[in-house]
Design a protein around this ligand. Sequence first.
Ligand SMILES: Nc1nc2c(ncn2[C@@H]2O[C@H](COP(=O)(O)OP(=O)(O)OP(=O)(O)O)[C@@H](O)[C@H]2O)c(=O)[nH]1
Ligand SMILES: [Mg+2]
Length: 618
Amino acid sequence: MRCALVGNPSVGKSLIFNQLTGLGVEVSNYPGTTVELMQGTLCYQRSSIEVVDLPGIYSLDGDSAEEELVRTYLMTDAPEVIVAVLDATRLERNLYLLLQVAEYGIPTVVVLNMIDEAAAQGIAIDRERLAELLGLPVIETAASQGQNIGEIIPAVLTATKTATLSVPYNPQVEAGIRSLEKLYGASRLRALQALQGIGDDAELLEGAQTIAEEIEARNHMAPHQIVAANRYLCARRIIEAVIGAQEPDHRFSLDRLLTRAFPGIPILALVLLSMLVTVFIAGSFLEELIVENFNLYIIEPFLALSLHPLAETLGHAALLAVVAGLGIAFPFVFIFYILLSIIEDTGYMTRAAFLADRSMHHLGLHGGALIPMVMAFGCNVPAVMATGQMRSGRERTIAAFLITMVPCSARTVIIAGIVAAFVGIGAALSVYLIVLALILLTGYVIARYVPGGQYGMILEMAPLRRPDPVLVLRKSWERIKEFLFIAMPLLLVGSVVLGALDYFGYVEAFSRAVAPISEGLLGLPAYASTALLFGILRKEMAFETLAVLAGTTDLGSAMTAVQLYTFAVISVLFVPCISTIAVLLKQVGTKITLAVSAYTIMLGFLVGGIIHLITGMV
Ligand SMILES: Nc1nc2c(ncn2[C@@H]2O[C@H](COP(=O)(O)OP(=O)(O)OP(=O)(O)O)[C@@H](O)[C@H]2O)c(=O)[nH]1
Ligand SMILES: [Mg+2]
C-alpha cells in the first residue's frame, strides 16, 4: 500500500511526512524545500504503508522540474491513495491544485493543514461542506502541533473515493477533449493535457495542436489559459461556499516594514551583520572554553606519558584533530546552523530574497537565488544542490561560480580561528569584505558574458511566524550531524595519516618541493602548502592541519600576522572542497566544475600573492 503527499510548496507536507514515518526530511519555512521524492514506511495495525513526500507545486500542467516530476509520478507510478495537503490560510490556490489532482482519478484524502494559523487569522472553513462539495474525506490538522495527524492513516486505509467534483471547462475545450478521446482513444486526462501541449504521444499532440489553434483563434486565449481560468473560477466558487467573512490580517503591517527598501534593507544588513557577529563572539567564547580544558586535561597529560615517539606523534595528531574539530570548528558550525534555522523558520528568508531581487539582477540572478546564497554561508553543498531549482542553465552556471566563493561555515572557522583569533576582528571582517567584493565582481563580469536570457521571479512569501524551538533544534542537529559523523572521522584519519607521513619525513619533502610557490610567491612557511592541500578535503581542515603541522594550536607563535592573514585568504578562496566539487559535477557538469575550480585556484593564489607583495613593500 502506497500513498503520496501532494500539495503546494510550504504547506507542511514534509512535516506531516516526518510525523507519519518518524524520518527527518528537511522542513523549512520557505517554498521549495523538498526537491526530490522522499520515501518512508510506517506500520499501522500490521499493514505496512509506504509514504512518499513529493516536492511542492502550484500546478500539474507547468514545465518546471518539480511539476514534471510529480506529473510523471502520478501518471506512471501512481500511488494507491493521494494525500492532498492544503494550506487552510491559502485555500484558493491550494484548491486550484487539488482540482487538477482530482483529474487523475486516484482515491484521495484531503488534509486541511495549518488550521491553527487559519483560526488565528479569523478564517473559518466549513469542513463538512467542503467534503461534500469535493466528494472526498477532509481532515483538519495543525501539523506543527501534531493535531489530528493520527487520523490521516486510518483515512488512507479506507480511502476509495475519487473526487466527484470536476471543473466545468469552456464548451469548446470540452468539445476538443471529446473529439481527442474519440479520434485517438485517449483518456480525458491525456486529452486535456494534449490540448495544453503536454504529453509524449506525438500523434495525439499533433491532433491536439490543430484543435488548440482553433480554440485559440476563437477565444483569443490559448487553451491552457482558458483551462486555468476555469479552474480558478471553480476554486473561487468552492471558497465562497465554505468560507465565511474574513477578518483582516494584522501581520500585514510588519511585512510592509520588512519588504520596503526602507527600512527593509537596513534591517537586512543588520540581521546579516548580527548573525556574523554572534557567530564570532559566541563561537570564540565556546572555542576558548573547549580548547583550554582539552589542552589542560587531555593533551598535556598525554604528552606527559612520554610514549614511544611514533606512538606519541600519532596519538598527538589524533588528539589535535579532535580538539581542532570539536573545539574550533564545532562551536562556529553549531551556532551558525542554529541562527540559520531560526531565520529560515521565521519566514524572514523570503523577505530577504524579495529585497535582494533587484541587486541580484546585476549579478545575473534573481532574488530567489539569495536563499541558496545565504545557505551557502552555512555550507556550499546544499546551496549548490538548491541551484537545481533554477530555471535556466545560465543562472545555474552563475550561481555555481558565486556560491562556491561564499565563505561557508568551515571557512568562517578559518577566518575566525586564524584571523580573528591571532590578527584581530577588524582583519577578520576585511577578509569577508575582500571575498564579498570578489563575488560581486565575478557575478557582474560573468553576468555579461554568459549567454542567455533572464527570468523574472515569482517568489511566494512564506508567512511570518514564531519558529518552533524543537523544529529549529532538530534541523540544526540534522545539519551538525553531517559535520560530526562525516567530517570528524575524515579529519581524524587525515590527521593520523599526516602524522605518520610527517614522522617518516614525507611532509617535509612535499613542502620542500612546492617551497618556491609557498615561500617565494606567497611568503608562507613551507608546511603551509600541505595544510592548503588538506583544505580540499574540507575547508576547515586547512586550519586544523596547519595547527597539527605547526605542532601547536597557538598559531600566533608559529607564524606572523601577515602569514596567517595570507594563509586564511588563500584557503578561503581557493578550490571548493571535495564535497562541493562532487555536487557541482552533478548539478552543472564537468566543464563548469573545472572552470569554477580553476578560477578559484587562480583567484586564491593571485590575491595571496598580491597581499604578500603589498605587505612586502610596506
Ligand atoms: N503554524 C503551523 N505551521 C506549520 C504547520 N504545518 C507546517 N508548518 C510549518 O510550515 C513550514 C513548511 O513546512 P514543510 O513541511 O517544510 O512544507 P512542505 O510542504 O514540505 O514544503 P516544500 O518542501 O517546500 O514543498 C515549516 O516552517 C513548518 O514548521 C501547521 O499546521 N501549523
Ligand atoms: Mg517538503
